[in-house]
Design a binder for this molecule. Structure first.
Ligand SMILES: [Fe+2]
Length: 208
């Protein structure tokens, strides 16, 4: 089964969704904040391993979300534990501030065609709902290059250093040691001055 979305946001905002652990609980209403076991960028690749509790019609069940990312536009996600489902995500920029997102879902048979079909449809519906919940944020958020982060917010800075390699700019290629390697996407300004001063206190001190 396939789903397509057009989103008015830069590709990096959509990709950052995966490392934003806390938002799954508070934007998508998962039972708990997922446990991020591993986030390992390696050149253009990145690997993420996480466990999560899912709310299902049968109650709350333990599951896993394991993601392999190949460059800025291609992710392969394996949902397991309560289903065995693969999601191929292709994130294609149309211009600087909009993308087409193509999802292809493959669900392992549950032993009964009718059941497999209805679980697959319910899963696609849930993922589509999550995209719409995220869209409201992706299309309106200000990008702050060095945000104030709590311990369980997720590895944003690691992700942003990984994402920066896909931009060809003077800053990214700088040999100046004071250049940190964390940048907004080049088409955007760092909007730190727009954020409340208290919320950005640690960002102003330059801590990760
Ligand atoms: Fe999300």
């Amino acid at each position: 089964m396939r789903k397509e979305f057009k989103i008015d946001a830069c590709w990096q905002e959509l990709a950052e969704n995966g490392v934003d652990s806390a938002h799954f609980r508070y934007v998508h209403n998962t039972a708990e904040v997922p446990v991020l076991e591993l986030y390992e960028p390696n050149g253009p690749l990145a690997k993420m391993r996480s466990s999560q509790k899912f709310v299902t019609p049968q109650g709350v069940v333990e599951g896993r979300i394991d993601v392999d990312t190949y460059g800025p536009g291609f992710t392969f996600t394996h949902f397991s534990g309560f289903v065995d489902l693969f999601l191929l995500g292709c994130n294609t920029p149309i211009d600087d501030e909009s993308v087409e997102l193509h999802f292809t879902f493959a669900l392992a048979s549950l032993g009964d065609d009718k059941l497999t079909n209805s679980v697959g449809k319910a899963f696609v519906k849930e993922v589509s709902t999550q995209v719409d919940e995220d869209r409201a944020i992706w299309e309106h958020k200000a990008h702050i290059a060095r945000p104030a982060l709590a311990m369980n917010d997720g590895p944003f800075i690691k992700f942003r250093k990984w994402a920066a390699q896909f931009y060809v700019t003077d800053e990214v290629n700088s040999t100046d040691p004071s250049v940190t390697g964390v940048y907004p996407p080049p088409v955007w300004e760092d909007r730190m001055e727009d954020a409340p001063a208290k919320a950005t206190a640690s960002a102003r001190l330059g801590t990760d």
